[in-house]
Design a protein around this ligand. Structure first.
Ligand SMILES: N[C@@H](CCC(=O)N[C@@H](CS)C(=O)NCC(=O)O)C(=O)O
Length: 372
């Protein structure tokens, strides 16, 4: 309670703008000591991440400090979740060992500085691919691993329903975390529909949830995945009953393509990150799983699978500077895209079938270029 009170006090006192490169003047009111999200200066070329990682003997992967289903901190300092599993898969690709990774929990506001300063090799941190992050911030992006979109969560007791729209935020005190696309989208979106809001930004999203629970904020907003995860866990642990927290509007107010981000102008490294993700997507398409990968390598269902698993002479992994069996190792130790999705997200209610995250052959957007 004391912590809450402190946060609440700070909310009222401090006024500053936060955000990344896409920063604009806002009426944002940050709480806590949240470091302003200073726009990192574009770094000069910082190539050679692969050799640095190899020399260090482990991957440093930037993840969210806590996002249900994506990046959940464990007692031993590691993280579990969809994003964390992509870190593990990348470590398996590079070292043949999914355990060769140190997770670095980063708030949204910290993440780009941590990346450009070389504190992490890659971010798998529910990071939205945007034009400014791809240019001004000094990053490059890999394949989108999760197609998301921003939504808003309110309490049914205050009249919010599934049919609520963005215009219904008028007059509300709205909480989110600093340094995100979220704060920009809601500011612009509310203005567009003529809704007046008081936007409160905190350092990490769980703080926004505390304020929401305490009634200090009428609404919270972030990627839909974040809201569904929070609501799922609140229902599961008996804090609320089904239907108490409403997520709206049904069609998100923004596109939030989430995926890996790394320092720009390092294509040797970028190729490895990208193809690590693509390999898991292709494995899913071809039915190669952690369970059957060895049988598939011994007797590939088709030539592409043979190449992907390093089981044929025309494998392409060597040209990336990694072991021919690099992808087979990742699939064996962590699983294909669908296994990672199912393990971490399906139970939370993020049904893959019928969503943008379905396979391209099933109407979704999860697609990889050919392994040849
Ligand atoms: N995708 C957006 C938002 C990312 C974001 O901060 N998401 C929240 C909600 S899932 C989060 O990571 N919370 C955990 C934390 O603040 O550490 C972005 O890239 O700016």
């Amino acid at each position: 309670m004391k912590r809450l009170a402190t946060i609440f006090l700070a909310v009222g006192l401090v006024a500053a703008a936060c955000g990344g490169a896409d920063d604009t003047a806002t009426t944002t009111v940050p709480a806590t000591t949240a470091a302003a999200t200073t726009t990192p200066a574009p770094e000069p070329m910082m190539a050679g991440t692969l050799s640095e990682v190899m020399a260090r003997g482990e991957l440093r992967c930037g993840v969210s400090t806590g996002a249900i289903g994506f990046s959940e901190p464990q007692d031993d300092g590691s993280y579990n979740g969809f994003d964390a599993d992509f870190c593990r898969a990348l470590a398996a690709v590079i070292f043949g060992d999914a355990g060769a990774v140190t997770f670095v929990g980063l708030t949204a506001a910290e993440r780009f500085n941590a990346l450009t300063a070389g504190e992490v090799d890659v971010l798998f941190r529910n990071t939205t691919w945007t034009q400014s992050r791809d240019s001004e911030i000094g990053g490059d992006f890999g394949p989108t691993t999760f197609f998301d979109g921003q939504q808003i969560m309110g309490k049914a007791e205050f009249g919010f329903t599934d049919a609520s729209t963005l215009a219904d935020v008028d007059g509300a005190r709205l909480c989110t975390n600093a340094g995100t696309t979220t704060e920009k989208n809601i500011t612009e979106g509310a203005r567009e529909v003529g809704a007046e809001i008081e936007l409160v930004t905190v350092e990490a999203f769980p703080e926004a949830m505390e304020l929401f629970r305490a009634g200090s904020c009428d609404l919270v907003t972030t990627d839909g995945s974040g809201l569904f995860g929070e609501r799922f866990s609140a229902v599961a642990n008996g804090e609320i009953s089904e239907g108490e927290w409403i997520i709206f509007p049904t069609t998100p107010i923004s596109k939030e393509p989430l995926g890996p981000m790394y320092r720009q102008n390092d294509s040797e490294w970028g190729d490895i990150v990208n193809w690590a993700v693509y390999a898991l997507i292709i494995a899913d398409e071809k039915g190669v799983t952690s369970q059957n990968v060895d049988a598939m390598a011994a007797d590939p269902v088709d030539p592409e699978v043979g190449r992907l698993l390093g089981a044929s002479d025309d494998e392409v992994q060597s040209h990336l500077g990694i072991d021919p069996e690099a992808f087979a190792n990742a699939i064996r130790q962590v699983g294909n895209y669908d296994e990672i999705y199912t393990r971490n997200l399906e139970d939370l209610g993020f049904t893959r079938i019928g969503s943008a995250n379905a396979r391209w052959t099933e109407g979704g957007l999860i697609y990889a270029p050919p392994a040849r």
